[in-house]
Write a protein that binds this ligand. Structure first.
Ligand code: GAP
Length: 465
């Protein structure tokens, strides 16, 4: 059966089935902010757990970290964000819609360099103006091009009420890793080369948050920073790129939906930058993760601004140097959107069209659902509760006794539950050879097999692993 997979369908499922809610929805919703609902938080946590396992728990030379959101304001001066973290913006004079100038220029094939001044951008924009129309109202008159800094500020610890001493929220989560590089070295057995991994929040005053979880103002980044000897970047960079690609495949993402993109215009901290892009339904290929060769930029800057010596002393040779850094940075919201989009399927099963999330079992928010065949037969319900309570401590398990079994299957298919277990009269011994067996139904094939209750847990564990 041929179906058209659209982002609207994916978003509708995500909202309808409690994966994702608009932030502050009862107040009309807040642009660029989303909340994860009961199934969403399970799926997101499973993605993060898989990432953490890959980058910390199964490695000898990577160390985990969870740094505070708030940092000394000088961090963001040292990192370059107070000056360089700005997007050029203009406004439609007719409907006041704010427009990202560089994105608008890129849409008509004009390349704007991020190092360009406001005046240079204005010139480029004016020269292309005849081809640019407001996407909302079709207007062709725009205000002056202004660079808008994306750092979000707070008044933490500032009681003057003037707003003159802002404490910034992180523009990128990775700065916490650089601040703790020396702490990790001093308190562990870390030796260059080694990595630090962190999943942390970042905040960006995006001019036009858009495309659901793709471009948000509050976001979360799963970062690794690999500290290497100067000039040891080439081979390590290639290896790290390949590892990140393979991790997406390990989540079950189809390889044809992934591709590489090398940056021509580099952000202020990078020497080389590659993105892994995902082919989002309706949106097309766009950035999922950035992999950056940051050289010694970050540690050199922090050494200069803090006055603390951040050189590494090689314990064997005594050689001193500032390590170079190779970074991988993935937005967990974008990974979530890629995973759910990739898994979204509509197919026909037993003559009925169904929507099914073909999630890898290790990511599925619910691993197994348990049903009594009929809800009004106490002996079936009691046996089914027994099976449910037996599985629940070990797997995310859902109880459902509402409606006919076919409907319950459809509900579980929509949230990607790999297995549904039904307790029927045979379980109770109506046909003695089947006593204490249940049917277990496979999400992808729809086939049902009989299995002893005592074998269920090991079958599910094997399937998840
Ligand atoms: N520390 C490097 C860094 O922050 P980036 O390319 O700006 O690099 C890394 O961001 C990743 O964070 C992106 O590949 C994307 O997955 C995610 N990301 C960035 N901005 C985002 C936004 N506004 N909304 C959601 N995810 C975002």
């Amino acid at each position: 059966m041929q179906i058209e997979k659209t982002m609207d369908k994916v978003i509708s499922l995500a909202k309808r089935r409690g994966f994702v809610y608009q932030g502050s929805e009862i107040y009309g919703g807040m642009a660029g902010v989303y909340d994860y609902g009961p199934y969403g938080v399970e799926l997101l946590n499973n993605i993060k757990t898989s990432w953490w396992k890959e980058h910390v728990q199964t490695r000898e030379n990577y160390f985990g970290l969870d740094s505070a959101i708030f940092k000394d304001p000088r961090v963001w001066e040292a990192s370059g964000h107070t000056k360089g973290f700005a997007d050029p913006m203009t406004e439609c004079k007719k409907c006041n819609t704010r427009i990202r100038v560089d994105k608008e220029l890129a849409r008509i094939g004009v390349d704007a360099d991020e190092k360009m001044s406001e005046a240079e951008l204005q010139e480029l924009f004016d020269a292309s103006k005849s081809k640019i129309k407001c996407q909302k109202c079709g207007g062709g008159e725009f205000g002056a091009v202004k660079k808008f800094n994306m750092l979000v500020t707070s008044n933490l610890g500032d009681f003057t009420g003037t707003g003159e001493n802002p404490v910034y929220l992180p523009g990128e989560a990775c700065q916490g890793i650089y601040l703790n590089y020396k702490n990790v070295l001093d308190t562990t057995r870390a030796k260059v080369p080694f990595g630090i991994a962190q999943i942390g929040k970042a905040f960006r005053n995006e001019i036009s948050p858009r495309n659901f979880l793709f471009r948000t103002r509050e976001l979360e980044q799963a970062d690794t920073q690999y500290f290497i000897k100067p000039n040891d970047n080439k081979e390590n960079y290639e290896r790290i790129k390949q590892e990140r690609w393979n991790w997406y495949l390990s989540l079950g993402i189809k390889p044809e939906n992934l591709r590489w993109h090398q940056h021509e215009r580099l952000v202020f901290y990078a020497k080389d930058a590659w993105d892994i892009e995902y082919n989002f339904p309706s949106y097309g290929f766009d950035e999922l993760e950035g992999i950056h060769d940051r050289t010694d930029y970050d540690l050199t800057q922090h050494m200069k601004y803090s006055g603390v010596d951040l050189n590494y002393a090689d314990p064997e040779t005594g050689e001193k140097y500032i390590p170079w850094i190779l970074e991988t940075s993935m937005g967990t919201g974008r990974a979530f959107l890629a995973v759910i989009s990739d898994a979204y399927t509509e197919d026909e099963l037993n003559g009925e069209v169904r929507t099914v999330l073909r999630l890898s079992p290790k990511l599925a928010p619910v691993k197994v659902a348990v049903f009594p065949l009929l809800r009004n037969k106490p002996e079936l319900v009691a046996k089914a509760r027994e099976v449910y309570m037996m599985l629940k401590p070990y797997f995310s398990t859902e109880w459902d006794d509402n409606g006919n079994v076919g409907k319950r299957y459809r509900r579980q298919d929509e949230i990607g539950t790999p297995w549904c277990v039904t307790i029927d009269f045979d379980t109770l011994g109506e046909s003695p050879e089947n006593k204490d067996t249940v049917t277990i139904r496979d999400r992808d094939t729809g086939t049902q097999t009989r299995m002893k209750i005592t074998e269920l847990a090991s079958y599910i564990r094997k399937g998840v692993e």
